[in-house]
Design a protein around this ligand. Structure first.
Ligand SMILES: Cc1ncc(COP(=O)(O)O)c(C=O)c1O
Length: 378
């Protein structure tokens, strides 16, 4: 965690609410990923935090990118160095449009880029053939998401039983499917999901080969869990599982293996600082009303199913307290179970591990603008 006096200096210059993102930690997470999964090329899923300075830091480190909309694509495009044709070379190799069902306006605009994109159904093949025929296709297969905090398999992924048929269908439409992608669900601490996903992918690679179509690309998605609490299993153990499965099923230098880590690169790199603007006792509990809430930085309470915790800069006897947001909506409660000392209005609280799926989904509801984002150690 960043030194408290540095945090207080940043607050005195910028006010609150704030999100402070430490780029030295982004780089450390990136190195960790590369160290433990050396065969897997990371494509940062920029939906986790689309701040262009984060994209730039990861680009400088050598990352590729997973985008899910034309707008996210343009965040990457605008950051790239060089002329249009040079940028296209990077995009061709190191950007994947990993949204299996795409908006038509995005497809029309992407046609000139010959980008890799995922799909998971027949109608999408027809759509891509009509609006974005220069694309290169990657089939997203449904894999178990059991126990993951955010399940994605309820909305995306082709049933493994129809994958071969989809590959044939795409062929008739003029596309040689390059490979497969899967996602085990976000914040996945059940590593068996990865094991099953590798087995499913291996079977489909074999089926494709049997009809003469060699797949050469495997995208193992995101899901890499972040240590929000001490019960989360370690990334090092997961890396062992992944490396063993790659050796068992995909030990072939002609197969390019990528991943789409979002949360893993950014969640632990940011800290939020909020100010207490109100205090009330309800049902014998102290409620602190702070100047940021679930419509802003703490949107992850709703969208990301994450429980955030708070600490005070002041010390004192701890008692159970609630921390709630500034809007008029009763839903806007960040946490009802915090251990905090007795605090007053204008005191500050901080919350760690707020780098992923926080400011990314902040709104202006009730007129309260999102927290200011500060980048340090860039
Ligand atoms: C297609 C896709 N790739 C990657 C990610 C990033 O996942 P995570 O943040 O768990 O790494 C997501 C998250 O929703 C996703 O939908």
């Amino acid at each position: 965690m960043i030194n408290k006096s540095i945090l207080l200096n940043i607050v005195s210059e910028n006010g609150t609410p704030l999100i402070i993102i430490d780029h030295s930690l982004i780089k450390a997470n990136y190195y960790k990923f590369r160290k433990y999964l050396p065969i897997v090329a990371p494509f940062y899923a920029i939906k986790a935090n689309p701040e262009s300075r984060i994209v730039k830091t990861l680009y400088d480190e050598g990352s590729g990118f997973d985008v899910a909309s034309w707008e996210e694509f343009m965040i990457v495009y605008d950051m790239l160095e060089g002329q249009h044709e040079e940028k296209k070379v990077f995009i061709n190799d190191k950007v994947i449009y990993a949204n299996p069902v795409k908006r038509i306006d995005s497809l029309k605009k992407l046609n000139e880029y010959s980008i890799r994109m995922t799909f998971d159904n027949y109608i999408e093949v027809d759509k891509i053939a009509k609006y974005c025929k220069n694309s290169r296709l990657v089939l997203r297969v449904d894999v178990p998401n059991t126990g993951s905090v955010v399940e994605l398999s309820t909305k995306f992924g082709a049933n493994p039983n129809i994958c071969l048929d989809l590959i044939k269908y795409a062929k008739k439409a003029g596309f040689d499917v390059e490979g497969l992608s899967f996602h085990v669900g976000s914040q996945c601490s059940n590593f068996d999901n990865y094991v099953k996903a590798f087995q499913i992918a291996h079977n489909i690679f074999k089926q494709a080969k049997s009809i003469g179509q060699e797949l050469t690309f495997l995208d193992i998605g995101g899901g890499f869990p972040v240590p929000y609490d001490e019960n989360v299993p370690s990334f090092e153990n997961l890396a062992d599982v992944i490396n063993n499965n790659i050796s068992q099923y995909f030990d072939n230098p002609d197969i390019k293996i990528i991943a789409e880590p979002g949360r893993f690169f950014v969640a632990t790199t940011a800290i939020a600082i909020v100010e207490i603007n109100g205090k009330a006792i309800r049902n014998d509990k102290v409620y602190y009303y702070v100047n940021d809430g679930i419509y802003n930085t703490f949107s992850g309470v709703l969208f990301d199913h994450i429980q955030y915790h708070f600490k005070a800069f002041k010390e004192g006897l701890l008692k159970e307290s609630a921390v709630v947001g500034p809007t008029c909506d009763a839903l806007d409660k960040i946490s009802l179970n915090e251990q905090l000392p007795d605090l007053n209005i204008e005191d500050l609280l901080y919350s760690e591990n707020v780098g992923a799926y926080t400011n990314a989904s902040a709104t202006n509801f009730n007129g309260f603008p999102p927290a200011k984002v500060i980048h340090i150690n860039t």
